[in-house]
Write a new protein. Structure first.
Length: 278
């Protein structure tokens, strides 16, 4: 197992080095030939003019990493805050929206999973609302709630609730009937049966839904903050793009990916802890 992980790490490192090498070669500056009256000026300036048109270089992006990570919590104005502060705003919004979705999705999913009638009654609404893009929800949220921060939280809530809801309903409905029959035989009251039998048995499936929902929530917050502005990693990306600072945009994109990976790893660890073999 350790040797497999070591080989996988080596392959990942090689892929990264190949990617950086190709990127470096593709962004090497070119020397434009000069003729005529420009020859004397070119000779004085070193024999030619270098052009660095096109995509930014890995070195420039590396400098952006050093710049922002060396002081991640600076505040130089209402629209100029460090990357640590921007990520904190985004994580706070994601956390609130995700918790609201969990408070609604788990109980409702439990009811749907235990009742065939509720499944048939609510499934059309779930199927209609589930595919709606967060960008479609944002104008309605801004018009109704009249607050950009609250609107972003609502969009996270409405977009991240569906995987949690569906997985909870599926997990509850898939609990083995033998276990439920044993609880019924021992005359366990419904509340104890829910918390001691059904939910623990459905926990791995519910955690899978939460894991998917958290990924969606982190995707949604970037798009939402680009529209509402003010603070957050999405606003940071949009602001740097408006400043035509491509290295800073790439830095923010990498940070979004790293934070998303960290969130996924947390839920993956919880999923392993709660998984079981029958």
């Amino acid at each position: 197992m350790k040797s497999t992980r070591l080989r996988a790490a080596v392959i990942s490192a090689l892929i990264f080095l190949v990617f950086i090498s190709i990127w470096t070669l593709a962004t090497l500056p070119t020397t434009a030939p000069v003729t005529g009256q420009d020859a004397e000026y070119a000779a004085l300036m070193g024999g030619g003019t270098e052009k660095s048109e096109g995509f930014t270089t890995p070195l420039t992006v590396g400098k952006a990493f050093v710049k922002f990570l060396s002081d991640p919590f600076y505040v130089k104005g209402p629209n100029d805050k460090g990357i640590g502060i921007q990520l904190a705003y985004s994580l706070a919004r994601v956390g609130v929206g995700f918790l609201l979705a969990m408070v609604v999705a788990v109980p409702l999913g439990f009811v749907i999973g235990r009742s065939k009638m509720m499944t048939l009654a609510l499934d059309p609404y779930i199927q209609v609302l589930k595919p709606i893009s967060p960008l479609a929800w944002m104008p309605l949220a801004l018009y109704t709630l009249k607050d950009s921060g609250t609107s972003a939280i609502f969009v996270i809530f409405i977009c991240s609730i569906w995987p949690m809801l569906i997985n909870t309903a599926f997990g509850v409905a898939s609990v083995r009937h033998e276990w439920i029959n044993v609880a019924r035989t021992r005359e366990v009251n419904p509340l104890r049966k829910a918390f001691l039998v059904i939910l623990p048995a459905a926990a791995p499936t519910i955690l899978t839904g939460m894991r998917i929902s958290m990924g969606i929530a982190w995707l949604v917050i970037v798009a939402a903050e680009m529209l509402v502005g003010g603070t957050g990693i999405g606003y940071f990306v949009w602001n740097e793009w408006n400043n035509l600072s491509l290295p800073n945009v790439i830095f923010a994109v990498v940070m979004i990916g790293l934070v998303g990976m960290g969130l996924d790893m947390i839920f993956g660890t919880l999923q392993k802890l709660l998984s079981y073999r029958e």
